[in-house]
Design a protein around this ligand. Structure first.
Ligand code: UT7
Length: 312
């Protein structure tokens, strides 16, 4: 079986840090409420930067660390639900900014917070027939642009940022995936039609219940496919929506302390960017070593979810 192998990672955050204290000047809330309900202390907001600026920076880092040049890239995908433009895609902007070749397969995909893992599956499939054997996959969001100050329970969660990976196809490697979606409109939606398009709307409690259900189910399915136990894994990296969701699932499955990686304290929920940002943090800290087994799960608007188990 072939599998995607991540050669290198990168990340880029905007310059402005927005702490929970800062949040108190924007909506009626408190550091204590936000931290105890979500595990978030601060997040980043763009001020002047565009999503494409962050995506470019993260992509350059990943390509440099992989030792690749722009002309080596055969596929460039950007997972986002908050692109700078509906068209051109952020991926086509990357093609121009990075100098990718004209025949590079470039497009954005939107699977909300599950977008990065949908992107990994898509990039892997495209690499089977791409002009060159390397894919650049970026998760990039500017959610501050669609955040609704009139809904404080949702407003305080989100942050902006980008994470990138460079992938190649590897033969005889470990690679299991699950994906799903529910054709749901009511629970999460943003920027619909009409004279007054909705900013980001989310029914937090419904998403919480959905997330706990699909994260647990995905992990069980992936472990069964691999034939291993949860605590045999090296890392579980879930979409960083809320620390309580991850604690709940970790406890239910009997996970050992520290198996579920958490960094929402510093970034908030960055949607499609959260998993590649986490991968980059761990990789840069030397916490991801060749052969380690990593399980990742994303979930979000759609309602979508995706999980993968792969070897680093
Ligand atoms: O990336 C997509 C995936 N998204 C998620 O996974 C989000 C999942 N859901 C959540 O993380 C949680 O549902 C939230 C953090 C969004 C909300 O937490 P909650 O425990 O579900 O709070 P709630 O909205 O039910 O509100 C509980 C109370 C209410 O007060 P009363 O009615 O009990 O008096 C709210 O008015 O907390 C109040 N509240 C706040 N208080 C201070 C809501 N938001 C805030 C706030 N600061 N920001």
């Amino acid at each position: 079986m072939s599998a995607p192998h991540i050669l290198a990672t990168g990340r880029a955050m905007p310059s402005r840090v927005v702490t929970n204290e800062d949040m108190c000047s924007m909506v009626e809330t408190s550091d204590e409420w936000i931290f105890t309900r979500t595990g978030i202390h601060s997040r980043y907001y763009c001020q002047g930067e565009r999503g494409a600026d962050l995506a470019e920076q993260a992509a350059r880092q990943a390509m440099e660390r992989a030792g690749l040049k722009p002309e080596d890239i055969g596929v460039c995908l950007v997972a986002t639900f908050t692109p700078d433009f509906a068209t051109p895609s952020t991926a086509c902007q990357m093609q121009k900014r990075l100098g990718l070749q004209e025949d590079t397969i470039c497009f954005d995909l939107n699977a909300a917070c599950a977008g990065f893992l949908y992107g990994m599956k898509t990039a892997h499939a495209l690499l089977a027939d791409a002009p060159r054997p390397y894919a650049l996959l970026i998760g990039c969001e500017v959610i501050s642009r669609v955040a609704d100050r009139n809904d404080r329970s949702t407003f305080i969660l989100f942050g902006d940022g980008a994470g990138a990976v460079v992938m190649e196809r590897q033969e005889d490697a470990v690679w299991h995936t699950v994906t799903g979606s529910r054709g749901d409109w009511d629970t999460i939606h943003a920027l619909g039609p009409g004279p007054d398009p909705t900013l980001l709307y989310m029914d937090g409690r419904a998403v919480f219940r959905f997330a706990v259900e699909v994260v647990e189910k995905s992990i069980r399915q992936l472990l069964e496919a691999e034939g291993c136990a949860l605590n045999d894994l090296d890392w579980v990296i879930c979409h960083q929506a809320n620390g309580r969701i991850l604690d709940h699932v970790a406890k239910k499955l009997g996970a050992r302390e520290g198996l579920f990686y958490k960094n929402m304290e510093r970034y908030g929920n960055t949607s499609a960017a959260s998993i590649p940002i986490a991968l980059d943090e761990l990789a840069q800290a030397g916490e991801l070593k060749p052969g380690m087994r990593v399980l990742a799960v994303g979930f979000g608007g759609g309602l979508t979810w995706a999980g993968t188990l792969f070897k680093w």
